[in-house]
Design a protein around this ligand. Structure first.
Ligand code: PT1
Length: 259
C-alpha cells in the first residue's frame, strides 16, 4: 500500500489543479514501482495534526481518486474517518476505506457494509492532536488485540464480509517506542484474530528516535521493520517507498514460501 497525501503541506502552492496534477504524477510512479493499493489521504493524522473539515477533505481527494481510477489498474483506498468523505471517495472510485478510527464514527460501518468495500480497522489511542501525551498500557498487545477483535466483531454484525476486513495495530498512534516494539513483535497474535494484518512504519518518528535520523533518512530502518512485520505475519505494508519495500518483503516472502 503506497501513501499518497493530498494535503496543502505536501503541495504548498499552485492551488487545486497543480496539487491534483502533482498527485497524479506521484500516482504514476507508485504504480510503475508495483504498488497494489494507493492510499489517498486529505487530512494528516500524524501526531499533533489539526483536523480538517469534511468539505475541504472531499475537495482535496475526489479529483485525485477520479483521475487515478481513470488512468491506472490499481486499487484506491481512502484514508479518512469521516463517513461523508468515505461516501464521496467511494463514489469517485475508491474500493477500500482505511480508517485510523476503525469505523467508530456514526454511520461509518453501515456505509461501508452497504457499499461493499474493503475496510482497514486501525487502533488509535485518543486523537492525533493529543495521542502522544503520555500513552500508557498494561499489556499493549492484549489491549490492541482486544480492541481490534471487538471492532472486527462489530463490523461483522453490521454486515461487512469477513474477507473484506484488514486489521492494523496503528504503529505510532498513541504509543511510546516500547509499545511500537511490542506490537511489531506481537503481529502473530493479531493475525490470529482471523483477518489479514496491515502495518505502517514508513518514516515514523520512533525510527528517527532509535537511529538518530531525520525524516528523509529513515528508509533503511523502515525496510528492516517492514521485513520483520512480514516475517511476523503481516500481509500488507503501508509505505512512502514502494520499490525498496517491495524488494524487501518479496525476499522475505520468497524465503518463507521456500521458492
Ligand atoms: C498507519 C497509518 C495510516 N499511518 C493505516 N493508516 C499514517 N492504516 C496514516 C510518527 O510518529 O500506520 N496505518 N494512515 C500516518 N501516521 C503517522 C503516525 C505518521 C505517526 C507519523 C507518525 O512520526
Amino acid at each position: 500500500m503506497a501513501v499518497l497525501n493530498v494535503t496543502p503541506d505536501s503541495f504548498s502552492d499552485g492551488g487545486r489543479y497543480a496539487s491534483t496534477a502533482a498527485a497524479l504524477d506521484r500516482a504514476a510512479s507508485i504504480v510503475a514501482e508495483g504498488a497494489a493499493i494507493i492510499d489517498v489521504g486529505g487530512e494528516s493524522t500524524r501526531p499533533g495534526a489539526q483536523p480538517v473539515g469534511a468539505g475541504e477533505e472531499i475537495a482535496r481527494v475526489v479529483p485525485v481518486i477520479e483521475a487515478i481510477v481513470a488512468r491506472f489498474e490499481v486499487a484506491v483506498s481512502i484514508d479518512t474517518s469521516k463517513p461523508e468523505v468515505m461516501a464521496a471517495a467511494v463514489g469517485a472510485g475508491a474500493c477500500i476505506v482505511n480508517d485510523v478510527n476503525a469505523l467508530r464514527a456514526p454511520g461509518a460501518r453501515d456505509f461501508t457494509a452497504d457499499a461493499g468495500v474493503g475496510v482497514c480497522l486501525m487502533h488509535m489511542r485518543g486523537e492525533p492532536r493529543t495521542m502522544q501525551d503520555e500513552p500508557r498500557y498494561d499489556d499493549v498487545v492484549a489491549e490492541v488485540g482486544g480492541f481490534l477483535g471487538a471492532q472486527r466483531g462489530a463490523c461483522l454484525d453490521a454486515g461487512i464480509a469477513p474477507d473484506a476486513i484488514v486489521l492494523d495495530p496503528g504503529i505510532g498512534f498513541g504509543k511510546r517506542i516500547e509499545h511500537n516494539f511490542a506490537l511489531l513483535r506481537g503481529i502473530g497474535s493479531l493475525a490470529a484474530l482471523g483477518s489479514p494484518v496491515l502495518v505502517g512504519v514508513s518514516r515514523k518518528s520512533f525510527i528517527g528516535r532509535v537511529l538518530g535520523r531525520a525524516v528523509d533518512e529513515r528508509l533503511y530502518g523502515g525496510l528492516g521493520l517492514a521485513a520483520l512485520a512480514v516475517a511476523g505475519g503481516a500481509r500488507i505494508v503501508r509505505t512512502h517507498d514502494v520499490a525498496p519495500t517491495l524488494d524487501a518483503i518479496r525476499m522475505v516472502d520468497a524465503v518463507l514460501q521456500g521458492e
